[in-house]
Ligand binder design. Structure first.
Ligand code: GDP
Length: 202
């Protein structure tokens, strides 16, 4: 898929305020610093569409981006901020979880995972929750250019083994790097193939 158009539409702090857009949406989520903004910029070919973070607090909104006038990227707040109070963390969790549960246009959640680090409980818990709710998701490993091939293989194997402790099958896996653009075609092809299912369901 060629990206001809990518534009910011709206930010919301509450899923109830997100407009009905009536087109397929793909949510991107992960722990802060996983490389989410960089990945969204890499996929869309825009340097500054999503803000590359640094400061937790600035990116704690649900952001909609319209792509090719036909589908949306939803940039969800990162989870697992160490610096955020428990109360705020609960608030964000509620906002994210409600959005994911209620949003009928949502086709798939891209769960971003840093390929350089071992499986994290917050990621595993989040994916288990998606599974319990029957929300479709894929695992999207980031920053893969930063590892040697054998290190990547080892880290992926550790993740798969951990997932298979609770899952019968693994979700689809994407291997990406914003620096090398690895995974870009795979993700855009996946979205292109998934988009027509929206019309069948709506
Ligand atoms: P976000 O907080 O998840 O939106 O993450 P950012 O996109 O702001 O990236 C967090 C940090 O990871 C920044 O220092 C980026 O330069 C770095 N980063 C992002 N993508 C990549 C990548 O593909 N490879 C490497 N090596 N670093 C990356």
């Amino acid at each position: 898929m060629t990206i001809n158009q990518a534009e910011f539409v709206v930010s919301n702090s509450d899923y109830k305020m997100c407009p009905e857009l009536n087109q397929p949406e793909y949510a991107f989520i992960g722990r802060s610093n996983v490389g989410k903004s960089s990945l969204i910029n890499m996929l869309t070919g825009r340097n500054n569409l999503a803000k590359t973070s640094g400061t937790p607090g600035k990116t704690q909104l649900i952001n909609h981006f319209k792509i090719n006038d036909s589908w949306y990227i939803v940039d969800l707040p990162g989870y697992g901020y160490a610096k955020v109070s428990k109360r705020d963390r609960r608030k964000f969790k509620g906002m994210i979880y409600h959005f994911l549960e209620q949003r009928l246009d949502l086709m798939c959640v891209f769960v971003l995972l840093d390929s350089r680090i071992p499986p994290q409980n917050s990621d595993l818990e989040f994916m288990n929750w998606l599974g319990e709710k029957g929300i479709p998701f894929v695992m999207c490993f980031t920053k893969i250019e930063n590892l040697k091939a054998y290190e990547l293989d080892e880290n992926l194997a550790a993740y798969k083994a951990k997932m298979l402790e609770t899952w019968e099958d693994l979700p689809q896996i994407f291997l990406t790097s914003s620096r090398s653009k690895a995974g870009r075609e795979d993700i855009l092809d996946f979205i292109e193939q998934t988009n027509p299912m929206y019309d069948e369901d709506h």
